[in-house]
Design a protein around this ligand. Structure first.
Ligand code: FCB
Length: 464
């Protein structure tokens, strides 16, 4: 599919200086899990638990990016992006999460960030994309307040090593997934199913963000903008009755407002105690935490994939004392006749526009926004028309939010290349570039060529 006249018109809706990029994450692409002094992370441990990931797959080798990164940077150059979002693996830098520093780990990221700058590509550096050092998990993980303090120390170390490349810093990727999916649903590392512990993890992640942001700001220059990335999924009622409306509100609390309210409004959500009171006394909240968490951001990262349609349902665990934090009396349903991705995820581009305009309406003074992830999963077709349609429609939605007055500054496609899709393993593919895992051969898909054309400067974007 070539870029159409309609696409060109939409492309023109993005202002000069708009940031175009692609995103990846360390554990999903690097491999080299036991090389050059890297310590184990919770994902190394979790992926070895029988049944935890599809076919028992892990990120041990992944895309072997740790060795092949120069070639992968060629793919970025070929694509013509101005920015690349990657993550730093905490256990490569601090094998035990704190204390002993592994210089070889820092050197890897320094070489990568320097090489990006040499190619004229801005680094967007995520400090935490889910790979907590296992030693910290053994000491309590994100349930424990100290983990937030160690995270800030780690952030300062990374800044010493690569701050000179003037990256955009993204403290955390999707704290909802690290806390609720990891400590309550048990679908992600560390695979726990807890109530109080998962809510404590959510709070300590936010605290870790705030402490790390303060440290980065203390040492960094104004040319190192600081933000955080949240996955936002509008939660809408899947039925007409008041019970479904209330269910959608609880789901919105769990997924969205639990994070946006402390970060962007300096308050806990008004219904937090009502919904979670029966399973936790919320005793991990301490005086002063909200001030740390809500310090102004330079930008907000938003990851958007789908909307959630909620209906009321019975609790899975009747006893609140034993109930996981995700067990809020809600079930999600797919709307009748929904368009779906190659993985069966509901496709609703309007949800991206609603997310962005909703944030701006709810939070006066919202910082500029980067869409730090958006993408389409399938089983790996090279002629990936489904992905092209998905990206085109979501870019149109982002353009719509701009037209509504939201200060959207950038868009990052997930992902540069196929990679280890967490619990789904390797057969769920999100890349603009196909990876043959047997040979590590990279092959650009039709969507790679489409995205390259789409993001070109309009004056060069001649369409007959
Ligand atoms: C997001 C994750 C990213 C990737 C995409 C498909 O939730 O941040 O690592 O797995 O989903």
């Amino acid at each position: 599919m070539t870029v159409t006249r309609e696409d060109t018109g939409r492309r023109a809706a993005f202002p000069p200086g708009f940031v175009w990029g692609v995103a990846t994450a360390a554990y999903q692409i690097e491999g080299a899990a036991a090389e050059d002094g890297r310590g184990p992370s919770v994902w190394d441990t979790f992926s070895r638990v029988p049944g935890a990931t599809a076919r028992g797959e892990s990120g041990d080798v992944a895309c072997d990016h740790y060795h092949r990164w120069p070639q992968d940077l060629d793919l970025l150059t070929g694509l013509g992006v101005g920015a690349y979002r990657f993550s730093v693996a905490w256990p490569r830098v601090l094998p035990e999460g704190r204390g002993r520093v592994n210089r070889r780990g820092l050197d890897f990221y320094r070489r990568l960030a320097d090489a990006l700058r040499e190619r004229g590509i801005s680094p967007f550096v995520t400090l935490y994309h889910w790979d907590l050092p296992q030693a910290l998990e053994d000491a309590g993980g994100w349930r424990d307040r100290d983990t937030a303090l160690y995270f800030a120390d780690y952030a300062a170390l990374v800044q010493e090593a690569i701050g000179h490349t003037e990256p955009h810093w993204i403290t955390l990727n999707e704290p909802y997934c690290s806390s609720i999916v990891g400590y309550a649903e048990g679908r992600h590392a560390p695979g726990a199913r807890e109530g109080h512990g998962a809510l404590a993890a959510a709070h300590h992640l936010l605290l870790g963000h705030g402490l790390a942001a303060a440290r980065l700001r203390e040492r960094g220059s104004a040319r190192e903008p600081i933000g955080i990335t949240l996955n936002m999924s509008p939660a809408v009622p899947g039925g007409d009755g008041p019970a479904d409306v209330a269910a959608a509100r609880r789901l919105d609390l769990l997924v969205n407002r639990q994070f946006t309210e402390p970060l962007l409004a300096g308050r806990y959500p008004e219904d937090l105690a009502e919904v979670f009171g029966p399973i936790s006394d919320l005793s991990f909240h301490r005086d002063g935490d909200l001030e740390v968490i809500s310090a102004p951001l330079d930008f907000l990262g938003v990851n958007y994939y789908y909307r959630l349609h909620a209906v009321a349902a019975p609790y899975a665990e009747p006893d609140p004392a034993r109930r996981a934090a995700c067990d809020i009396g809600v079930r999600t349903v797919d709307p009748d006749g929904a368009r779906t991705s190659g993985l069966g995820w509901v496709v609703e581009p309007q949800g991206l526009r609603d997310t962005l305009t909703g944030l701006a309406a709810r939070y006066p003074g919202l910082p500029p926004v980067h869409v730090t992830e958006n993408g389409y999963g399938d089983r790996g077709e090279l002629d990936d028309q489904g992905r092209i349609a998905y990206l085109g429609d979501h870019l149109a939605a982002a353009a719509g939010a701009l037209a509504d007055g939201v200060d959207v500054r950038g868009y990052f496609c997930w992902s540069l290349m196929d990679n280890f899709e967490w619990a789904r393993g390797y057969d769920a593919r999100f890349g603009l570039v196909h990876v043959d895992y047997a040979t590590q051969e990279r092959t650009p898909k039709a969507s790679y060529r489409w995205f390259r054309e789409y993001i070109r400067e309009p004056r060069r974007n001649a369409v007959s």
